[in-house]
Design a protein. Structure first.
Length: 316
């Protein structure tokens, strides 16, 4: 039983916070981070995406393999370089990004690049909104979701909005809402919920947007809020858990560690029951979220992306 994560992989150049400033390269990109987070939890994990046929693309591929992520469905291109992101941190470990994307290799993955066997071999497909920023990669992501549904995979979506990656916000809401509505498991930050609410129901309380999400194919909606409570919503259940209190030094992979822990716990349970049955059991949801929150809390106390993600032993 395994998870396939589709989308961008890039290089994070992380600042040392000194003057003069210097940067250290780390393999990153939300779907790639999640793939590694899952593998470090001892669950079979696959990354699918396009990398540049350059030193950075091969570095990312090697890093994924070293962390036991299956990269057999990764493609390489010489038509664009691997994306770069320069990341500066404030005193609380919060990030500011400067992206060198587009152009970028990950945006060039096309529907015909998918191997049909990939969907037959996995149980969960996970995507983010950074593979929706341009028309062609958006259509590719739509195809991935369609293949996942027809093969019975659980579809997972972490909005992970980076507004400065969108060349125009004209299609942003439409594309995000489309992929979100095709998903069964959705994770939003409180800021992303506010963004959706502002554009979808500007005169209404946020509950209106939450209700609209739950009227789609979404079975479990999670709202995170940094160090504050994590809220969960299903058709019949709602509640929250409090994440562990930690001192953050780098929040770069905190959300991805949370999602990796979440999907790992879901996959472990899928061998015994369907996802819809998991979503009907409040104790099970709370157990999954408590574990996921520990994974996220662990990651923000360490620098980098792949290197900060916890193993099962770390959480135990």
């Amino acid at each position: 039983m395994s998870v396939v994560c589709f989308g961008e992989a890039l290089i994070d150049f992380l600042s040392d916070g000194k003057q003069p400033e210097s940067f250290t390269k780390f393999a990153g990109g939300a779907p790639a981070n999640v793939a590694v987070a899952i593998a470090k939890q001892g669950v079979d994990s696959t990354f699918c995406g396009m990398l540049g046929n350059d030193m950075f693309g091969h570095f990312i591929n090697e890093e994924l393999q070293q962390h036991k992520v299956n990269t057999q469905f990764v493609k390489f291109t010489s038509q664009a370089k691997t994306a770069l992101a320069f990341v500066s941190l404030d005193d609380e470990g919060e990030r500011s990004f400067s992206f060198y994307r587009p152009p970028a290799a990950d945006l060039l993955f096309r529907a015909e690049d998918f191997d049909p066997h990939m969907f037959a071999l996995n149980k969960v497909l996970h995507v983010c909104s950074n593979s929706l920023t341009e028309k062609n990669i958006y259509l590719t992501t739509v195809t991935a979701m369609q293949h996942a549904k027809s093969n019975g995979l659980v579809r997972s979506f972490d909005m992970n909005l980076r507004e400065n990656l969108w060349p125009s916000m004209n299609h942003c809401l439409e594309r995000i809402w489309h992929i979100l509505s095709q998903s069964e498991l959705v994770k939003l930050s409180s800021e992303e919920l506010a963004f959706l609410n502002k554009h979808a129901h500007p005169e209404q309380d946020q509950q209106k947007t939450i209700d609209a999400i739950l009227q789609t194919q979404v079975k479990l909606l999670l709202i995170t809020d940094g160090p504050n409570d994590i809220r969960y919503f299903t058709d019949s259940l709602t509640g929250y858990i409090a994440p562990p209190r930690v001192t953050a030094v780098d929040t770069t992979a905190g959300g991805d560690a949370f999602v990796g822990g979440l999907l790992s716990e879901v996959v472990r349970r899928l061998s015994e029951r369907r996802f819809s049955e998991i979503c009907e059991n409040e104790k099970e949801i709370i157990d999954i979220l408590n574990f996921s929150a520990k994974c996220g809390a662990y990651a923000v106390t360490r620098y980098g992306a792949f290197s900060s993600l916890p193993t099962q032993h770390d959480i135990a």
